[in-house]
Write a protein that binds this ligand. Structure first.
Ligand code: NDP
Ligand code: GDR
Length: 377
């Protein structure tokens, strides 16, 4: 049988790394598009890389950008992919309020550029297309839980750009018969989640606080509710969607909802810290109630304030609550999330504790450790 060829945009991101690993295990030749950066940023996929001068070519990286049609056309013409997974995006909701035009260009028009490349190159019947759509499309929710038929109401430049990408994917499926699908994925996290998304910001900070490397974690909306799953489980569904007889759109979610505050509580508990909360809104504070004597956080003292609210992390328009209903994925494709919420938080906290321990060792040897996540939105 011929080896299948996949092209992943956003291969250096969280999902790109998990998906590349999955497809390589399935025997695909995997091509990834990365943008040119002044420093190398392939940390998440370095373990997949083979030296092309000495080994086989199952994993190949190409320089390209979603804002540059010429690079996309060149790469797609060269690779002739059986499957394209469009995961690349300016994916931070808060940042999209600061860079709305760039977000529209990369996340919205970028999707059109790939679909047009498929058409221009005459690959409509060969190349299957996956679009990384998002629960942010539901924004100001019109129905709970949200499923494939729930009306959209985007609440950020990011979500509006993704709304265009969603519909242009549907349109190219209907207009040109391209096998094109939207995966409407709810939040999914992992130890390699970007450091400025709230889950990773929390697990990193709690690990640092436990070891005495950070005093306080500053957060925005503590009441925000999300349906958090594990990225490893969700990329399986991205692949499954492209293996069906006919292209359809699917919601991927756990069906379980937690608040940001609850995420803090469970992360803290993993480190032996029991939290207590007082105040409301910008005056809310999270305090250490007790610490298990034999835990990583044994140096913390009851009464110590370790979480505060900083309004700089509030968004001009917020998505207060998201809860997904993945019945269609479960019944039609047999997909179920394997990782529980508690397992997800535990895996992230333990990975960040290990990183924090290594940082502490470096500091002990006189090295400085730069923490851009303490400032960034
Ligand atoms: P990440 O932010 O971790 O990764 C985004 C990837 O896109 C990175 O590889 C990034 O490159 C790349 N990228 C950004 N802009 C461009 C551009 N102009 N041209 C080419 N590449 C670009 O996101 P995730 O892996 O978490 O998410 C994957 C996709 O799924 C995204 O489209 C996101 O919007 C969407 N999504 C994510 C969800 C989640 O909870 N994780 C939920 C629903 C949808 P670099 O490494 O150089 O920054
Ligand atoms: P989200 O993820 O906006 O849902 O988008 P994020 O983790 O950034 O925010 C989740 C919720 O937490 C609240 N929050 C904070 N968020 C951040 N980043 N930093 C904070 O300090 C903070 N405090 C509270 C937010 O206001 C929000 O309500 C993610 C991205 O991966 C998108 O690309 C993807 O489409 C959606 O998930 C589904």
């Amino acid at each position: 049988m011929n080896q299948k060829v996949a092209l992943i945009t956003g291969v250096t991101g969280q999902d790109g790394a998990y998906l590349a690993e999955l497809l390589l295990k399935k025997g695909y030749a995997v091509h990834g598009i990365k943008r040119r950066t002044s420093l190398l940023n392939t940390d998440r996929i370095d373990h997949l890389f083979h030296d092309p001068h000495t080994e086989g070519k199952d994993f190949t990286l190409h320089h390209g950008d979603l804002t540059d049609s010429s690079s996309l056309l060149r790469i797609i013409a060269l690779v002739q992919p059986d499957e394209i997974y469009n995961l690349a995006a300016q994916s931070h909701v808060a940042v999209s309020f600061e860079e709305p035009e760039y977000t529209a260009n990369s996340d919205g028009i970028g999707t059109l550029r790939i679909l047009e490349a498929i058409r221009i190159l005459g690959l409509e019947k060969k190349t299957r297309f996956y679009q990384a759509s998002t629960s942010e499309l539901y924004g100001l929710v019109q129905e709970t839980p949200q499923k494939e038929t729930t009306p959209f109401y985007p609440r950020s430049p990011y979500a509006v750009a993704k709304l265009y990408a969603y519909w242009i994917t549907v349109n190219y499926r209907e207009a040109y018969g391209i096998y094109a699908c939207n995966g409407i994925l709810f939040n999914h996290e992992s130890p390699i989640r970007g450091e400025t998304f709230v889950t990773r910001k929390i697990t990193r900070a709690m690990a640092h606080i436990a070891l005495g490397l950070q005093d306080c974690l500053y957060l925005g909306n503590m009441d925000s509710l999300r349906d958090w799953g594990h990225a490893r489980d969700y990329v399986e569904m991205q692949w499954m969607m492209l293996q069906q007889d006919k292209p359809e759109d699917y919601v991927i979610a756990t069906g379980e909802q937690h608040s940001v505050r609850e995420f803090v509580n469970i992360s803290a508990a993993e480190l032996g810290i029991e939290m207590s909360w007082s105040g409301t809104g910008v005056d809310e504070i999270g305090t250490v109630k007790s610490v298990a004597a034999d835990s990583a956080a044994a140096l913390l003292k009851p009464g110590q304030v370790i979480v505060r609210v900083d309004p700089r992390y509030f968004r001009p328009a917020e998505v207060e609550t998201l809860l997904g209903d993945a019945t269609k994925a479960r019944t039609q494709l047999g997909w179920v999330p394997r990782t529980s919420f508690a397992e997800l938080v535990s895996e992230m906290v333990l990975a960040d504790l290990e990183l924090a321990r290594r940082e502490k060792e470096s500091l002990g040897r006189g090295f400085k450790v730069y923490r851009p996540d303490l400032e960034a939105k």
